[in-house]
Design a protein. Structure first.
Lengths: 166, 624
């Protein structure tokens, strides 16, 4: 793959009240940042299941950003505390399952921090670019198919097909 | 798209093509989600089958690379399409409303909010932690920019609160617990024991004059410039005019003797055995107006995050005082009856130095913000001083003069031009005592030279900071606060008096430094927001709430532990014979706020958040 031209794909899980609104502010203020990150809006960072992140990597994301409100500034009082605890633990597990830790990044961005949002996206994109494409899952997938070639095509993820049709 | 023709386009497309869900590629859902949902409803589609791909704030406005931006826009639309395919129609939830407002804090903001709400015809419970309402405004001598006597304009409103048939006034009380949700809060209020029977006391004050502990404690209303006995009324105009017995210094509590107050009280109102009582009230809306305190270098707790100003000698020299202490000295009802005398020896100071921005705008001391009112009150202080001590000299060290407000700049000019107050632009490095004088060493940055003034009295315009317990109170009520402890508004521009917790409103300096007119305006606005809420019998809520799949639920109740709102209960599942065979989680849809923390915690993945369920989010991920 041409390293120069390759652009990473980044999934950003953001909470509705702080980071999503902060991203809106970055837009209203016409700040510029790379177009690599696509946002998935959830109500609270506390509702982001680690499985979402694994799924994103499985689906070809090269990096994942998780961002919510600052501690004590949560719209739901305590959601981000649960999130923080979960991520501290989950981050340690990433290495174990063979994903470089830096592919998953966290930040607190409030609704008034448009600049910080732009900076964070800039930084995450740069970091992921330096790490290169995430291929472990694809490789594993092909190994798996080689080991069990009899798996019928129909059982493979239907969603992939949908994606192609759009 | 949000214009009428744009909306018509959507409606026509729904009708002509028989659509059952729509995706709009437009600005942020925070701007026009409601507009497009309403358009969908008018064409017969459920409003929750509308998804918005944010192509403006999150794409076109932020990317320079046109090709990459177009590609991203396509992907964002694809994600929205995948989500909308899996969206389920939802209906709004309707909940009843209790028509009573809780106002926390009885300063000018709380008083105004209580009066406005009560005059709109709703019941109000006003809770104040001190023995009297009035707050900081009752301590002030005169107010800028009119030099109105502060108490003269405040006390009529205090009396009005006391006499209002719709207001239940609870002084010397604190809110200890808030449960429930918008329209249906349950507040637990602790009424501290006054040791005086409020129904019997006539407020004659005989117990106060006869109490043998004459000058045992500092009078906090006088900012520690005077003393008070064990039984006291904070100030003569207190509302209600009922004394409090301070257990910590009362002789009766020390050795069981004395009881002088009991002997002199001909109404038998003294009750040494009175205990704290708890009151539970049903509340529809809450207005928080707990105000501020001054950055107090001397009395800061050891673990305080603020660093002091040792170089100014505050707490060490009795004649280095703060703004509120100067208010009391200048006040006609204060310890000096309004004569400007310095605390140490009672002499009339001939030279006063005022220092602005003590604490404020100083990152190194932990406070980056501007306290907003100090420029104005310092000008007022200097003016009051010059009006009372004609041959005195007043110097003000300032960083910038911030006099934004109606008649404010004119007021400062008046201090400089008519009253000959000397403004020196620069900071003070050190203050030390020499022969009964305080040598103030500073710098005049305009003249570019050091300045030294031998002052008789130094007044520090210390920063406004939140009340000590503001963070704890915020957690009790369930509202967010910033790193300083000020409560956060829902939107800095467009929702300045609402907290992000539905049904909780903010007024006055608990939100950020505010002067009196701003506090009053905020209070009226908060009262208006509360009455809007109370004006309907039921209210509709977004149906974004969590729901348990009872067949899958294993009954571990981790969700119950993490729910920030206590919305999750244990529910028994019975078989046909009515025998309980399983316990599952049940989510009270009225209490649930829809954060989804439970969905991520749930081990059996049996909880789904409506509008953001796992299937929908996985679809978005797959479409990345």
């Amino acid at each position: 793959m041409d390293k120069e031209k390759w652009e990473p794909k980044i999934a950003a899980f953001v909470c509705n009240w702080c980071t999503y609104t902060g991203a809106d502010l970055a837009g209203t203020s016409r700040m510029k940042y790379p177009a690599n990150a696509k946002m998935i809006r959830v109500m609270c960072s506390g509702s982001i299941d680690p499985v979402f992140i694994i799924k994103a990597f499985e689906r070809g994301a090269d990096g994942v950003l998780v961002s919510g409100c600052h501690p004590n500034d949560c719209h739901y009082n305590a959601g981000n505390f649960h999130a923080r605890r979960r991520w501290d633990f989950f981050h340690e597990l990433l290495d174990f399952i063979g994903i470089e830790k830096d592919r998953l990044q966290f930040s607190w961005i409030s609704a008034s921090e448009g600049k910080k949002f732009a900076d964070v996206i800039e930084k995450v994109t740069k970091d992921i670019k330096a790490l290169g494409p995430f291929t472990a899952y694809k490789k594993m997938n092909s190994e798996f198919t080689a080991m069990f070639p009899e798996i019928p095509e129909a059982d493979k993820e239907i969603v992939i097909k949908e994606k192609e049709t759009v | 798209m949000c214009s009428d023709p744009g909306q018509n386009m959507i409606r026509d497309a729904i009708r002509d093509k028989g659509l059952d869900a729509i995706v709009v590629g437009s600005c942020s859902p925070h701007m026009h989600e409601r507009t497009f949902r309403n358009a969908a409803v008018s064409a017969g589609i459920n409003p929750f089958l509308v998804e918005i791909a944010n192509l403006r704030e999150h794409c076109s406005w932020v990317h320079d690379d046109l090709e990459a931006a177009t590609q991203k826009a396509i992907e964002l639309v694809r994600m929205a399409i995948e989500k909308v395919k899996r969206d389920k129609p939802l209906t709004k939830i309707s909940v009843p409303v209790t028509k009573r407002v809780l106002v926390i804090g009885g300063g000018i903001a709380g008083i105004q909010a209580a009066l406005d709400t009560a005059n709109a015809g709703y019941e109000v419970v006003l809770v104040e932690k001190e023995p009297s309402i009035g707050g900081h405004m009752s301590q002030l001598s005169e107010t800028f920019p009119t030099l109105d006597c502060s108490q003269c304009i405040l006390t009529p409103r205090m009396v009005e609160v006391h006499q209002h048939p719709k207001i239940k006034l609870m002084t010397y009380s604190e809110v200890v617990k808030i449960e429930g949700f918008i329209g249906n809060f349950k507040a637990t209020i602790k009424k501290k024991a006054r040791h005086i029977n409020e129904d019997l006391c006539s407020g004659c004050g005989l117990c106060i004059t006869k109490c043998p502990t004459k000058k045992k404690a500092y009078n906090s209303f006088e900012e520690d410039l005077a003393f008070r006995p064990a039984v006291y009324i904070p100030f003569p105009q207190a509302v209600p005019n009922i004394p409090v017995i301070d257990e910590t210094i009362c002789m009766y509590y020390k050795n069981g003797k004395c009881g002088m107050c009991v002997k002199v009280c001909d109404r038998g109102a003294i009750d040494f055995d009175q205990k704290d009582t708890m009151l539970v009230a049903d509340i529809g809306a809450i207005i928080v107006a707990t105000g501020f305190k001054l950055y107090n270098i001397d009395k800061k707790s050891p673990d305080s995050r603020y660093k002091g100003y040792g170089e100014y000698g505050y707490g060490k020299y009795r004649d280095v005082i703060d703004g509120l202490q100067f208010e009391r000295i200048a006040s006609a009802s204060g310890p000096t009856s309004g004569e400007i005398k310095r605390p140490s020896d009672g002499k009339v100071p001939k030279k006063i130095v005022f220092i602005q921005c003590v604490g404020s705008r100083d990152d190194s001391k932990g406070i980056s913000y501007c306290s907003k009112i100090c420029c104005m009150y310092t000008a007022k202080h200097a003016m009051l001083y010059k009006h009372k001590v004609h041959d005195g000299e007043a110097y003000i060290f300032y960083m910038d003069i911030r006099a934004g407000g109606k008649m404010y700049e004119e007021f400062v000019r008046r201090a400089i031009e008519e009253d000959d107050v000397k403004y020196i632009r620069g900071r003070v490095s050190r203050i030390y005592e020499e022969n009964g004088k305080y040598i103030v060493k500073g710098e005049d940055t305009i003249a570019g030279m050091p300045v030294e003034i031998d002052a008789d009295l130094v007044v520090l315009a210390t920063a406004m900071i939140p009340q000590d317990n503001s963070a704890a109170l915020a957690r009790t009520i369930g509202i967010p606060y910033d790193k300083y402890g000020f409560f956060n508004e829902a939107h800095p521009k467009l929702r300045p008096v609402e907290s992000t917790t539905a049904g909780v409103f903010l007024a006055g300096a608990c939100q950020s430094p505010r002067d009196i007119p701003e506090s009053v305006a905020m209070a009226s606005a908060a009262a208006c927001k509360a009455t809007i809420l109370l004006s309907s019998d039921t209210l509709e809520r977004e149906p974004v709430v969590a729901k348990v799949n009872e067949d899958l639920c294993a009954g571990c109740f981790y969700c119950k532990k993490v729910c920030p709102f206590g919305a999750i209960e244990v529910k028994d599942v019975k078989d046909l014979n009515g025998i309980v065979y399983k316990e599952v989680a049940y989510i009270n849809q009225g209490v649930c706020q829809g954060c989804g923390t439970c969905t991520a915690t749930c081990l059996s993945k049996s909880i789904e958040l409506a509008g953001f369920n796992n299937e929908e989010i996985f679809a978005e991920i797959a479409a990345l």
